[in-house]
Design a protein around this ligand. Structure first.
Ligand code: SF4
Length: 416
């Protein structure tokens, strides 16, 4: 009887993809979705914030408290920041870097505790043929980042930017499209830098993807404002491109962007966002509040600028000091409570903007139903807005067009 492995994935879509690669590469073990019956637990960790590290430690404590005899293995970005200390404390049996994940069978059989950070310049070439429990497929096209934002630890745990082989990516898409997937989310550490090291580009790759039979919608992970090139603007009206873009600003006060060593400039960001909004795009962004130097004055300037932006989605955090980053020694620091208040302030602003966007939209929603929960179906439309559907029919995995629906605070609601 094969031993059972439980995968616990934290963090971003790139980690979701990496976990799928490990699940697909595993031959000598069986995947279990029941943690208590696992012989081994693989934690695919995140280390983007202190909170992310705490989540991983809390999870390990939970496993220890449940007297689960399973061996714990740590991989993902946290392997490079917390791996050695967790191994020394005897809280994990093995630690391995993302580049080693295809050797999962051998790693799980290793008797002695081990630490193998692997190679930060590794490029994956695995093709997965399914996404366990998903109706849409996350496709990692790129790894690492050449930016050096002063608060960010990621380039040190994911390496420099490098693109996956384009033929492999297209083979990946074809395989999954043959297996019924129609929506593909392109992911990576700095997706927009795809192709710079391979005489290609995001726009060129997406055009090729759209030629593959079965590809219905392409979504993009977070891109940087400066990566929306003229070539990219040419594909904005394509029917296979989602009508939503997530473009990472991280802040809207020019002085803060300088302190954070960001490459984007607020004036150009605003022009870009207004251009995309004029083409009917919903627009999301990343934002960090409470970075050192964020005075009351700079904050009110940031909020004033944010009010002027056609934002609809927000992925925001309070600043998290990461040892080894330039920001970690910057002064004056911002009080944690103040940072939280500012986070809530910008979150409620964008919620209002999202509701206004949904109320003002009068067209048809193009929805992929992903799950069924509490008697209702849940999905996302072309604007990356949630929709809840009441239906007697089993809709999971179905594409439906909806023109009659009710706009509520939390989501759109329909009955079909
Ligand atoms: S672009 Fe900046 S924030 Fe994003 S991964 Fe790279 S260094 Fe970090």
């Amino acid at each position: 009887m094969k031993k059972k492995v439980y995968f616990k994935t934290f963090g971003c879509r790139t980690n979701l993809y990496d976990s799928q690669v490990m699940m697909s590469a595993m031959k000598d073990y069986e995947i279990t979705h029941n943690e208590s019956e696992a012989d081994a637990i693989v934690i695919n960790s995140c280390t983007v914030t202190n909170g992310a590290d705490t989540h991983v430690r809390t999870y390990i404590s939970g496993v220890e408290k449940s007297h689960n005899k399973a061996k714990i293995f740590l991989t993902g970005c946290g392997a490079h920041t917390k791996g050695e200390s967790l191994l020394k404390e005897g809280r994990v049996h093995g630690v391995f870097g993302q580049s080693e994940k295809q050797k999962i069978d051998t790693l799980l059989k290793t008797e002695q505790p081990f630490y193998d950070p692997g190679d930060l310049n590794h490029i994956d070439d695995t093709v997965v043929n399914e996404f366990v429990g998903k109706s849409r497929a996350f496709i990692k096209i790129q790894e690492g980042c050449n930016f050096r934002c002063s608060y960010c630890i990621i380039p040190y745990v994911r390496g420099d930017a490098r693109s996956m082989d384009e033929e492999k990516i297209l083979e990946q898409i074809s395989t999954l499209a043959l297996n019924g997937f129609g929506e593909f989310i392109l992911t990576g550490t700095n997706v927009g830098s795809y192709g710079q090291d391979r005489r290609s580009s995001l726009a060129r790759l997406m055009k090729k993807m759209s030629q593959i039979r079965g590809v219905r919608r392409i979504r993009l992970g977070s891109v940087e404002p400066i990566q929306i090139s003229d070539e990219f603007k040419e594909i904005l009206d394509e029917p296979w491109l989602e009508k939503h873009m997530h473009i990472a600003l991280q802040h809207t006060a020019p002085q803060m962007l300088k302190l954070m060593n960001r490459r984007n400039v607020y004036k150009q960001d605003r022009e870009l966002f207004e251009f995309l909004a004029s083409k009917g795009f919903a627009i999301g962004t990343d934002f960090i509040t409470g970075h050192p130097g964020e005075s009351e004055e700079l904050w009110s300037e940031a909020m004033q600028n944010a009010r002027e932006l056609p934002l609809t989605h927000l992925h925001a955090f309070t600043y998290s000091k990461r040892d080894g980053t330039p920001s970690a020694t910057m002064k004056p620091e911002v009080n944690g409570k103040v940072a939280k208040e500012r986070l809530h302030e910008i979150e409620s602003l964008v919620q209002e903007k999202n509701l206004a966007f949904r109320k003002s939209f009068s067209g048809e929603l193009d929805v992929l139903i992903e799950s069924y929960k509490d008697g209702l179906y849940h999905g996302l439309d072309q604007h990356f807005n949630k929709i809840v559907v009441d239906s007697k029919e089993d809709l999971v995995g179905n594409w439906i067009n909806i023109s009659k629906y009710e706009v509520r605070e939390d989501a759109n609601y329909a009955c079909i």
